[in-house]
Design a protein around this ligand. Structure first.
Ligand code: ADP
Ligand code: MG
Length: 635
């Protein structure tokens, strides 16, 4: 046995990695070439960390090494070697970094990947498992590495099945070499032109030279510091693809070079897709912070607020100290100032798009609207701008896809209309059947349709738009109910002495529903339905109360005011029956049922068992009456 084999230790991969490797090596992925991008990106990360250390530490391994990535191929041996002079890895780091999955979300990704056979492997790098993509093309991989910390060297090797092996070795230079033994049918990756073209496609903007057989294959320059006129659309898009590891074209971008009050450069992009909607975990901030071309943080959380977390890009300011710690970021005056400028610029760009490219804005809104909305509650300074950027479906839209802004609503508002109205429910279909809308239809008043559970919180947080209060249609005292004309009731078709018996019915209802409603009143908003429940002012709508209930099971949906429609035939019948003491128990049951019906219309079912029982009794009475037996129901 040789010296080397004696020291070899063998390890099992973590179960998740085994699963991932199995998927990667047995499925037919498109874009296998991205393995090179992933390995170069790891090399570049290792170099970036090294550059940072070299600027802040005095002592470290291999001080005079050039900071670069080299790639060499051997056609005969079918190998491809990617070397870097980055930070390298210690023995523990190897085990930790390539043997275990640390990042959350990776598992989720693996599951999705395995569900979709023959999938595009392109997004693998976003899930912290990019290294393993090498097993799409390799039948054996060696990682030879020497850390800047301790100068010890190790070789890791694996064939991508269940195990990997570790050996101590001699390695001269700091950094990492990845030696890939290609599978028989992946020989193409020993071709120089092939490798160069992959680098152009995916790794052109890596900020260290990538030398393929001695020749530099990438562009290196920092695109954000170049004048706008020198950058082509294609160039911008390539850079986006580079920083996001995707094939997507961004929806829009913002290239800023500010001189005063602080000097900084930035290119920010809005992606085309919001992966949060597709059930992936919450997006992480994607802005990279540089100080004069040196990367300080790749997921900078303080440069943009949470509600703009979907924006990707770079911000570079020579005014940011290199050794700034994550903790002191928040208090840094320059960071603060940059944030404020960037947010204002992004929001104003969004306003421009909304104004001049309506369709594009709607595409944006459908993807990122629900994230942007969060800002209304959180960003007081930009609240008015954010309010203008909101979009809702409304009664003016022909279907559930239509979108209107509060401004558009405001432009169409009736001369005497003092409030902006909205209704909340799970979808447009449910909303359109709602009795609350009857009066709005009659008066031809626009109502915003809120179907996102957050929308009502949003509007109640906003309170008003351009001085007009925002009101839920189920509020008790709406301004549009105050004016006279809805009180004018055609009494000609009403039964004799109706005023009296109607009032009597309301009295009976108050007694029957004493512990269920706050009051019973004549409705001015209903034209067809017999009754509905309205909210005393200041209470959130039933929809929102139900949401609260889901979180807090002790929360009781608050009591409502029951409004009844004096013109409704059923109410008129009931008023007459109420005058006959023989029908008292039947009248009570009907009142109880009317109340339950109104609740159900709001999506609340309080006691299904007794309701079904009551309904059965009512049906029994009805069938008896129809057959002429039992009590005769006269009207
Ligand atoms: P990610 O790059 O998203 O962290 P990867 O699977 O690509 O996920 O890499 C896993 C980890 O392995 C890296 O985070 C890094 O710590 C380590 N690593 C990979 N390649 C290198 C390298 N060339 N030099 C130093 N460390 C590396
Ligand atoms: Mg990586």
């Amino acid at each position: 046995m040789s010296e080397k084999v004696k020291h070899e230790e063998s390890f099992e991969f973590q179960a998740e990695i085994k699963k991932l490797l199995n998927i990667l090596s047995h499925s037919l992925y498109t874009h296998k070439e991205i393995f090179l991008r992933e390995l170069i990106s790891n090399a570049s990360d290792a170099l970036t960390k090294m550059r940072y250390i070299s600027l802040t530490d005095q002592e470290y391994e291999g001080k005079d090494l050039p900071m670069e990535i080299t790639i060499d191929m051997d056609e005969k041996d079918r190998t491809l070697t990617i070397s870097d002079t980055g930070i390298g890895m210690t023995r523990d780091e190897i085990i930790q970094n390539i043997g275990t999955i640390a990042k959350s979300g990776s598992l989720e990704f693996i599951t999705k990947l395995s569900e979709q056979a023959k999938q595009d492997s392109n997004i693998i790098g976003q899930f912290g498992v990019g290294f393993y993509s090498v097993f799409m093309v390799a039948d054996n991989v060696k990682v030879r590495t020497r850390s800047y910390k301790d100068g010890q060297s190790y070789e890791w090797h694996s064939d991508g099945s269940g195990k990997y092996f570790l050996n101590p070795i001699e390695k001269e230079r700091r950094g990492t070499d990845i030696i890939i033994h290609l599978r028989e049918d992946e020989k193409e990756y020993t071709g120089k032109a092939r490798i160069q073209s992959i680098i152009k496609k995916y790794s052109n903007f890596v900020s260290f030279p990538i030398k393929v057989c001695g020749e530099v294959a990438n562009q290196i320059a920092a695109i954000w510091k170049e004048p706008k006129k020198d950058i082509t659309e294609e160039h911008y898009n390539e850079f986006y693809k580079f920083i996001t590891n995707t094939e997507e074209t961004p929806l829009f971008r913002l290239h800023t070079s500010a001189e005063a009050p602080i000097q900084f450069y930035s290119i920010l992009y809005c992606p085309a897709t919001n992966y949060e909607i597709y059930g992936f975990k919450k997006l992480e901030h994607g802005v990279q912070l540089y100080s004069n071309k040196v990367l300080i943080q790749s997921d900078c959380k303080v440069l943009l607020p949470e509600y703009l977390r979907f924006i990707h890009g770079v911000v570079d300011s020579a005014d940011i100290p290199l050794n700034i710690s994550r903790e002191t970021f928040q208090d840094n005056r320059i960071v603060h100032k940059m944030k404020s400028i960037l947010v204002k610029q992004l929001l104003s760009l969004l306003q421009d798009i909304a104004k001049n490219e309506k369709e594009k804005y709607e595409t944006f809104w459908r993807q990122f609207g629900r994230i942007l909305k969060e800002g209304v509650h959180l960003d007081f300074e930009n609240r008015d701008t954010l309010a203008q950027l909101l979009r809702f479906n409304s009664s003016r839209c022909s279907d559930s896809h239509g979108l209107v802004s509060l401004k558009e609503y405001g432009e169409r508002i009736k001369p005497d209309q003092k409030e902006i109205y909205y209704i909340t429910a799970v979808n447009r279909e449910t909303i359109e059947k709602s009795p609350y809308l009857e009066i709005f239809r009659k008066k031809d008043i626009e109502v915003l349709y809120l179907t996102d559970p957050h929308d009502e919180f949003l509007l109640s947080g906003l309170m008003e738009f351009e001085k007009k209060p925002l009101r839920s249609v189920d509020q008790a005292n709406l301004d549009l109910l105050k004016d006279g004309d809805s009180k004018i009731i055609d009494t000609s078709s009403e039964p004799q002495n109706y005023e009296e018996i109607f009032n009597h019915l309301m009295k009976t209802m108050r007694v029957v529903l004493a512990d269920k409603v706050l009051d019973v009143k004549e409705s001015k908003r209903l034209s067809d339905s017999p009754c509905c429940l309205v909210n005393p002012d200041g209470m959130p709508s039933v929809h929102v109360q139900k949401l609260i209930q889901m979180v807090d099971t002790n929360y009781k949906v608050s009591k409502k005011i029951m409004e009844i429609n004096r013109k409704n035939q059923m109410i008129q019948n009931l008023a007459k029956m109420n005058e006959n003491s023989g029908y008292q128990s039947l009248v009570e049951k009907i009142i109880q049922q009317l109340f339950e019906n109104a609740l159900m219309q709001d999506g609340v079912v309080s006691d299904p068992v007794s309701m079904v029982q009551r309904l059965n009794e009512l049906i029994e009475e009805l069938t008896m009456a129809t057959l002429g037996g039992g009590k005769k129901i006269i009207v």
